[in-house]
Design a protein around this ligand. Sequence first.
Ligand SMILES: [Zn+2]
Length: 141
Amino acid sequence: MFFKIKKSKPDTIIQKTEREIKLKKDVLDSILSFCQIKHPNEAILILRGKSKKGNVLIDGLVIPPFAFNAHASSGFPHYMLPADISYVGTVHSHPIGNPSPSITDLNNFYELISLIVGFPYGDKDIFAWDSNGNAVKLTII
Ligand SMILES: [Zn+2]
């Protein structure tokens, strides 16, 4: 990418193509098997990684403390989490299949990125979303 982002641009205009999420293959495999184990309940994990100018590299997972899993919703109290700069977002499963973020998901958005895995939790069933519910490019590395 050679074009520069103009500083004069209002913050509200963020082109989704400017962002890219990279996910390590071994992390993807761990996420998919965790979702399969939790099915038909929702699974939720914290994503660890590095971010630079909206681009995120996900290279690890953390099981959230005090996570609860129920059929229709999963989550954890954000205030219980340490402020750890290596936390870049969360991943959770949608056992009903549709990998789009729900209103609840957007209201509980945590850090930079939300990954959602839809049933049946295959390599192509995982999608990345920003806090506005816009799809973000996800690359497996
Ligand atoms: Zn959800």
